[in-house]
Design a protein around this ligand. Structure first.
Ligand code: SAM
Length: 219
């Protein structure tokens, strides 16, 4: 059921080398990608493609992000093993498992109930235990704040205020911001209670961040 064969491990090593060639430098991030069996997050029909550097459908109109994107965002987080990290958009649970290789304190929230339930079952059956929630992640998880790091894996129209307020001073938010066609990756650091600095990085194309502080309700 959860077979991770010699062949899968070989394909994972090749993927890690591809990400290195594409500019990912953080060895801890590359090691994490090398450890998480991405094929186990795919429907059977797509499993043969699991180690291509591509996004794929996971049902409910959503996608598992491209490995380069996962590595790029994870590198920007600069996670320390003591960090509490919040991921918005659990999706397949793959990114969540990459984060778990870097810190045990992972919180992740998914809006889509079908995906949430499927992924919660999948992660439990893999013996992975992040803190999973179902709800509007554009509002964050105020009852568990502050977070050292917040990662948004869907494209937002603007910086969601609730997420900024839930960052610890010194903490950072990694989020793609733009319109529905393309978004600019942003790193926002909370410099003090009231001051934030922001850096604009590469362009990407994500599915939309829904919800109150995103593009609104589904449908
Ligand atoms: N990180 C995921 C993975 O590793 O498979 C990929 C995420 S997919 C690109 C974006 C996810 O964000 C979708 O599953 C979508 O349902 C979810 N999403 C969109 N708006 C959301 C919101 N307001 N709160 C929580 N999840 C949201």
């Amino acid at each position: 059921m959860h077979a991770d064969t010699y062949r899968h491990r070989g394909m994972r090593r090749a993927l890690v080398e591809e990400l290195r060639r594409k500019g990912i430098r953080d060895e801890r991030v590359l090691a994490a990608i090398g450890l998480v069996p991405r094929h186990l997050f795919f429907d059977t029909a797509f499993q043969p493609h699991a180690y291509q550097d591509k996004a794929f459908p996971i049902g409910e109109g959503q996608t598992i992000s491209q490995p380069y994107t996962v590595a790029y965002q994870t590198e920007l987080l600069q996670l320390r093993p003591t960090d509490r990290v919040l991921e918005i958009g659990t999706g397949s649970g793959y990114q969540c498992c990459v984060l778990l290789e870097l810190t045990p304190h992972v919180f992740s929230i998914e809006y889509n109930k079908v995906l949430f339930e499927r992924t919660a079952r999948r992660l439990a059956s893999m013996g992975r235990a992040p803190h999973l929630f179902c709800g509007d992640g554009s509002m964050g998880l105020p009852q568990y704040a502050p977070f050292d790091k917040i990662l948004v894996t869907a494209g937002a129209p603007v910086l969601p205020r609730p997420l900024l307020r839930q960052l610890r001073v010194g903490g950072s938010l990694i989020i793609p911001v733009g319109d529905e066609n393309s978004q600019r990756m942003m790193r926002v650091v909370r410099e003090s209670e009231e001051e934030f600095s922001r850096q604009e990085l590469e362009e990407f194309r994500f599915v939309p961040l829904l919800g109150q502080a995103g593009w609104g309700q589904p449908g």
